[in-house]
Unconditional design. Sequence first.
Length: 146
Amino acid sequence: MPTGAKLIAAVAFAIVGWLAALAYIPQLPESTRTGYFPQIMAALGFVLGWLTLGPHMGRGYSEAASLGVRTSLLLVFWGLLGFAIYFMVQRSTKMIYDNAGVAALDVPMLMLQYGRLMGSVELIAVLAVGGLLGGLAAEFTSRRWR
């Protein structure tokens, strides 16, 4: 059932995903093509805000803030997993792997490789502050708009 809290959570985390992608791009190696990376992260943020944050609103502001940070962490996890699988498939079409097992085991390694690049202060601030504000905005909407 669509609610105002789900809508605000989805829009807030679409913005968080977009801003996090823009903060992450400068950390990537020079020759990395980003393509639709900000748009994909915004869409992922929209879905995660709608599905994981929006339904849990109405339990108080402190829980909303912690759920917002959790949603930011889920955004990081699913973004890293999705793009690691994407890069694994790209590598496998170039016949880099010997078999499917080696390709599947490369996904966590790719997640770690790209996860290590996430140490910038700007990116962590976007995820932390955006998660807090997104959770609080969704809770505020849940209390005011029923």
